[in-house]
Design a protein around this ligand. Structure first.
Ligand code: AMP
Ligand code: ZN
Length: 481
């Protein structure tokens, strides 16, 4: 059965047919690195990891790109307030972001371009838009994208080249209701957006030279330049949170298609900028969007500090279908812990039953049922149902003595294939809290120094914290008691 996904562009579920199979280009709008990400942001990033893993499971060769927005208003303000150089400031939060991605079991994207490394591409796109008469300069030296000019511009056959592809827009209504920000009064049309922002004193030394004078790029052009540079003119999948559909993604489409791509490839190949757009619904807290401005957010670090693991947070973030909003609660995390314990218990029993046996017998149904669920617009809720049916049936069959070693090995192999998509991994020593890991290291040092009394004291301290030390061939490991 083919993979089908809900394409925001078509407002319908469509069969997934990549431009040049088996290759798939996947772009996800990444974090703005001005602070630690909250787990609402990570719902979207974990979803992009799920999409990549499922595409790989289906045999596609995915090129996964996630940008790092490292120049933007909030960042500039923080840089100014803290007196830290831009790269140093954003570098710190980029590292933290990557650690969080790892803790959540996400495969690292193949490319993590920083916006500040792609200024040349942005200038090229803007220059093309100016040359085509679609972008215009304002007296302060900024450059704006002219929506009306775009709507009246020449298109190439087969291209929608329309503003309002992801959302239906009523321009006249918009003109009347949208607030005009004080510093944007020079725009021709309310929906026009900045491609290049002229340098102002508050920008400090955050600026680049351009044909329009010193300044910095607008946020939307950053994503167009990076995605086109790394995935080519016209690619398969673009993904982000639902709040990005308008105006960010709509503007990405407009400027990329109006420019014809970075190399003119969109015009030459008569392709749209992106074939499939996926939008993940928000994570809510008590019915409201989790966001920094509302102050109702949790960072991953907060939750790890409260004793939850990255694996448990991942399970919860993947619990619901990506197009359904999902209410985050700490009780939900306890539920995730219980769900994982059921899976871990079952796989541990299977491992024991399998011993060193090689998988044999009919292919377990789990892989088929799970794969079919995810083929239907990444229906992970149905996927979990397949997993827990399997856990129940496997436990029953194990208890009835119906599973021999070869079958146990086959069931385990099936689980591992499914987990290649879910990305939960095994319960491991890395999940021990930092305090326990530090004690383990101290014990190793004590043993090395032949201070066995101290090593034993530390072992007792660890036991009191609920962790046993197992000395294995690969060194000491922590195991939850
Ligand atoms: P930002 O760092 O604010 O640019 O956001 C990074 C990503 O997180 C974007 O794709 C947003 O759409 C997404 N996002 C922001 N808030 C939430 C939320 N509460 N739930 C899910 N995704 C979110
Ligand atoms: Zn973006």
């Amino acid at each position: 059965m083919a993979l089908r996904l809900f394409n925001t562009l078509a407002r319908a579920t469509e069969e997934f047919v990549p431009i040049a199979p088996p290759r798939v280009g996947l772009y996800c709008c990444g974090p703005t690195v001005y602070d630690f990400g909250h787990i609402g942001n990570f719902r979207t990033f974990v979803f992009s990891d799920l999409v990549r893993r499922h595409l790989e499971f289906r045999g596609f060769a995915v090129n996964h790109v996630m940008n790092i927005t490292d120049v933007e208003d909030k960042i500039i303000r923080r840089v100014r307030e803290t007196g830290t150089p831009l790269r140093e400031y954003t570098g710190r939060f980029t590292d933290a972001f990557l650690q969080d991605l790892d803790a959540l079991g996400c495969r690292r994207p193949h490319h993590l371009p920083r916006a500040t490394d792609h200024i040349d591409g942005m200038i090229r796109l803007i220059a093309r838009l100016v040359e085509r008469g679609i972008a215009y300069r304002t007296p302060d030296g900024s450059v704006y994208f002219g929506i009306e000019k775009y709507r009246a511009s020449e298109r190439w056959p087969g291209c929608a080249c329309r503003y309002g592809q992801l959302v239906n827009l009523n321009f006249d209504e918009q003109r009347a209701t949208e607030r005009v920000a004080a510093d944007e009064y020079e725009k021709d049309h309310i929906a026009d957006f900045a491609l290049w922002k002229a340098r102002v004193p508050d920008d400090g030394d955050v600026f680049w030279e351009s044909p329009w004078g010193q300044g910095r790029p607008g946020w939307h052009i950053e994503c167009s330049a990076m995605s086109l540079a790394l995935l080519g003119d016209g690619f398969d999948v673009h993904l982000g949170g639902e709040d990005l559909a308008f105006p960010h993604h709509e503007d990405e489409i407009a400027q990329s298609e109006a420019a014809g791509g970075l190399e003119g490839g969109l015009w030459n190949e008569r392709r749209p900028f992106v074939k499939y757009w996926l939008h993940a619904a928000h994570l809510l807290v008590e019915g409201k969007k989790m966001s920094k401005s509302l102050g109702n957010f949790h960072t991953l670090r907060d939750l790890l500090g409260r004793g939850y693991t990255g694996r448990e947070v991942r399970q919860l973030l993947l619990a619901a279908h990506y197009r359904d909003t999902f209410n985050f609660t700490v009780e939900g995390l306890d539920g995730a812990r219980a769900a994982l314990a059921r899976i871990d218990e079952c796989t541990a029993k299977l491992r024991e039953a399998a011993g060193n046996a090689v998988a044999a017998g009919p292919a377990p149904a789990l892989v088929t049922a799970f794969g079919a669920a995810l083929d239907e617009d990444f229906n992970v809720s149905r996927g979990w149902a397949a997993v827990f049916d399997w856990v129940r049936d496997t436990n029953r069959a194990l208890a009835a003595g119906e599973i021999d070693a070869a079958r146990a090995a086959a069931e385990l192999a099936a689980w591992e294939r499914v987990d290649g998509v879910l990305g939960l991994g095994g319960k491991s020593a890395e999940e021990a809290p930092a305090a326990a890991v530090a004690l383990l290291e101290a014990r190793t040092a004590a043993k090395k120094a032949k201070d066995f009394a101290r090593a034993d004291t530390i072992r007792a301290e660890l036991k009191a914290l609920g962790w046993a030390v197992e000395d294995t061939a690969k060194g000491p490991k922590l195991k939850k008691t």
